[in-house]
Design a protein around this ligand. Structure first.
Ligand code: C5P
Length: 293
């Protein structure tokens, strides 16, 4: 019987993010494309007598390992709803995905916690049950139970996986500062659109043409992120000047990603953007999600 387990879980970008409008529940109605990228957090799970203990070695400053952490919330929710009487868990989280970045790191970790506990305790939860718990933890969490490429609707929690994804190369640039997602939505600077761009983007994905893809990038939250943190506009400009085929704020920012022709060009662009306290990563799109190592 397994008493420990190691998972890795990816970051995401959103090549298309349309905000359709505000909802009565305080959220915004979205139509967006999720794409998993090859930048991973790692989680180690060990059975314990009781409770949930989280350890984050070399914790990046603002990330608390207490009850406010989404991994702890996910583990407690799982043990309450699915793993009743299963015992407790110790989780070690190795963070590689930058925090408050628009890369879905916290959501990815939460999804990995649900999947990890289901595996550790062999509870065999139905996929729909895990998706339901994921949606309660955050709008971006359900996507990470799929990984790869997918359409998000509603708050972003209703996922339709797409088969059309392919392994394109890109550069992620995150300024030293972070951005708060609620602040971006509340800024009054989001751009509302009709929601037909995700469908167009799917057609472009089918052609596996990175240049056409670059022409179809869109993020209705980008004006808001640029308003709150003008450096994101400078980084977009910097990526394009360094040769990126297209560049866009990811999610609610402040990470900006730039599309590259191939792995070599991604590395060259990354070298040009290094410095100024930024986190710069040359990476690629992946068709997978959470992986058991
Ligand atoms: O769902 P999640 O907890 O990740 O959302 C964080 C915040 O982002 C929400 O409290 C809300 O302010 C904003 N949000 C939104 N519309 C969405 C997703 C998030 O307004 N579809």
């Amino acid at each position: 019987m397994t008493s420990s387990l190691v998972l890795r879980t990816p970051a995401k970008i959103n090549p298309v993010l349309e905000v359709l409008g505000p909802r009565p529940d305080g959220y915004h109605e979205l139509r967006l494309v999720f794409q998993a990228v090859a930048l991973y957090d790692e989680l180690v799970f060990e059975k314990a007598a009781e409770g949930v203990a989280l350890e984050i070695p070399e914790s990046p400053a603002p990330l608390a390992a207490d009850d406010s952490n989404l991994v702890v919330k996910a583990a407690r929710l799982f043990l309450r709803e699915i793993g009743k009487g299963a015992g407790g868990v110790r989780i070690r989280l190795q963070k590689n995905i930058p925090l408050a970045a628009g890369l879905g790191g916290g959501s990815s970790d939460a999804a990995a916690a649900l999947r990890g506990l289901d595996e550790l305790f062999q509870t065999h939860a139905a996929p729909g049950t895990l998706l339901d718990l994921a949606a309660r933890l955050g709008s971006d969490v359900p996507f990470f139970l799929y990984g790869g490429t997918g359409l998000g609707e509603g708050r972003g929690e209703k996922i339709t996986p797409w088969e059309e994804g392919f392994e394109f190369h890109l550069v992620l640039v995150k300024p030293a500062a972070g951005l708060s997602t609620p602040a971006v939505y509340r800024s009054g600077k989001a751009c509302y659109t009709r929601g037909d761009r995700a469908g167009d983007f799917r057609q472009v994905l089918r052609q596996k043409d990175i240049r056409r893809m670059a022409e179809h990038l869109f993020n209705g939250l980008e004006p808001a992120a640029q308003f709150l943190l003008p450096e994101t506009a400078e980084l977009k400009e910097g990526l394009l000047k360094a040769g990126a085929l297209g560049a866009l704020v990811s999610g609610s920012g402040p990470t900006v990603f730039g599309l590259a022709e191939d792995a070599d060009q991604a590395r060259r662009i990354a070298d040009r953007l290094e410095g100024g306290g930024r986190t710069v990563v040359a990476t690629k799109a992946v068709s997978s999600g959470i992986q058991i190592l």
